[in-house]
Design a protein around this ligand. Structure first.
Ligand code: XUL
Ligand code: CO
Length: 437
């Protein structure tokens, strides 16, 4: 059955195309730096926004119905799976990301809920076999149900902790069964509304306990993929514990989880933390935690998580620069954790949103490749720190200098020469590479 009969398979037509249902910059099979664009970008569909979210906000109901013609919850979940694979095939998406509750809604009891998940997983497995599409990562929704109002692993209630653990166990089993390369922990409601009612230390330890239990169980059932933390500073809680990349990395190192966990960096979570997207990717990369990306943008005038499809090519270019510097994705990829605006109330808008996002990251990749070939940025940074290669600098980085030796050196000098950071020149180089001949 065709759920989107008016939408053709999206083809690459090149930059001159005016078609809104064609790629202008993303050519999945074009080989760049030795591998096809699809392998550089590893685009994934977010099941929750794409297949489930209907555009409801605090002030109004949804504007685009997504029950796929079915009223029974299981029939609707199965239809949703079929529709998801039609959409992914048409958009040439090789991967998808899901929460347990996206693929099958919760029933009265945990046992019934798990049975629903198994039924839908059977269908997903068939669809995967027929298409080759597979999960980039799976996760558990530990924030939607009222039981998680005080958090999941960080809840004040051990009963809630147990429910969260049960849910994580099942979600990991599903991820393994469906061949997912990753398992994500986004903080959900792990954080606090007020410190007046919060035992911070116990909550931190309990989160680490759940991660450790999950890691050990997953490895015991054959999961060879990567775990990811997805940092976010606030929303839904006033303070989210996985505030940003640096905070999450400190946590992982404290609890000995750095061998199994990396980061899933989300663009607008970075912005909400007061960082740039590139900043979070740089920290993840340089600290050895680069894993995967949730691609979207926020609105600079709004302080919340708008999850918009990414169209800012400066952002995607600098992000892809970091991805290339990291050596590219291994198990990770680019998941569009993005939704259409509420008045974009047609499925066609959703397809066009994906095309815009994929084209923006394809452009980003093309610019990043040109930036590296141009060499001016890389060269500038190398020159800027060249003093540390020899003489005094080599003594400092080689651990040979002491405060006494450095003082003796400084006392013998007049003054040191200063160097220009040349930010404006470097920004112009970026424009040159993007728009020059
Ligand atoms: C919420 C968010 C989540 C995670 C998965 O801000 O980004 O959708 O990506 O739980
Ligand atoms: Co996300």
């Amino acid at each position: 059955m065709a759920y989107f009969p008016a939408i053709p398979q999206i083809a690459y037509e090149g930059a001159k195309s005016k078609s809104s249902l064609a790629f202008h910059f993303y050519d999945p099979d074009e080989v760049i730096l030795g591998k096809p664009m699809r392998d550089h970008l590893r685009f994934a569909m977010s099941y929750w926004h794409t297949m489930c979210a209907e555009g409801a906000d605090m002030f109004g109901v949804g504007t685009l119905r997504k029950n796929y013609g079915q009223s029974d919850p299981v029939a609707s979940a199965l239809a949703k799976a079929d529709a998801a694979f039609e959409l992914m095939q048409k958009l040439r998406l090789d991967f998808y990301c899901f929460h347990d509750r996206d693929i099958a809604p919760e029933a009265e009891t945990l046992a019934e809920t798990n049975a629903r998940l198994d039924t839908v997983a059977d269908r997903l497995e068939e669809l995967q076999q027929a298409t080759g599409i597979r999960p980039l990562w799976g996760t558990a929704n530990l924030f939607g149900h009222p039981r998680y109002q005080n958090g999941a692993a960080s809840s004040c209630s051990p009963e809630v902790f147990a429910f969260a653990a049960a849910q994580v166990k099942k979600a990991i089993e599903l991820t393994v069964r469906l061949g997912g390369g990753g398992y994500v922990f986004w903080g959900g409601r792990e954080g606090y509304e007020t410190l007046l009612n919060t035992n911070y230390a116990l909550e931190q330890e309990n989160i680490a306990r759940l991660f450790t239990l999950a890691r050990d169980y997953a490895r015991s059932i054959g999961f060879t993929g990567s775990f990811y933390i997805e940092p976010k500073p606030r929303e839904p809680m006033k303070h989210q514990y996985d505030y940003d990349a640096a905070t999450a990395i400190g946590f992982l190192r404290k609890y000995g989880l750095e061998g199994d966990f990396k980061l899933n960096i989300e663009a607008n979570h970075a912005t909400l933390a007061g960082h740039t997207f590139q900043h979070e990717l740089r920290i993840a990369r340089e600290e050895g935690f680069f894993g995967s990306i949730d691609a979207n943008i926020g609105d600079p005038l709004l302080g919340w998580d708008t999850d918009q499809f990414p169209t800012n090519v400066y952002d995607s270019a600098l992000a892809m620069w970091e991805v290339l510097e990291a050596g590219g994705f291994t198990l990770g990829g680019l998941n569009f954790d993005a939704k259409t605006r509420r008045p974009s109330n047609r499925f066609e808008d959703l397809f066009q949103a994906y095309i815009a996002g994929m084209d923006s990251f394809a452009l980003g990749l093309r610019v990043a490749v040109k930036l590296r070939a141009d060499g001016r940025l890389g060269e500038f940074v190398q020159q800027r720190y060249a003093g540390y290669q020899t003489g005094l600098g080599a003594q400092i980085t080689g651990g040979k200098a002491t405060l006494q030796s450095l003082e003796a050196w400084a006392l013998a000098q007049g003054e040191v020469a200063t160097t220009s950071g040349r930010q404006e020149y470097l920004e112009a180089v970026l424009n040159d590479v993007m728009f020059g001949g």
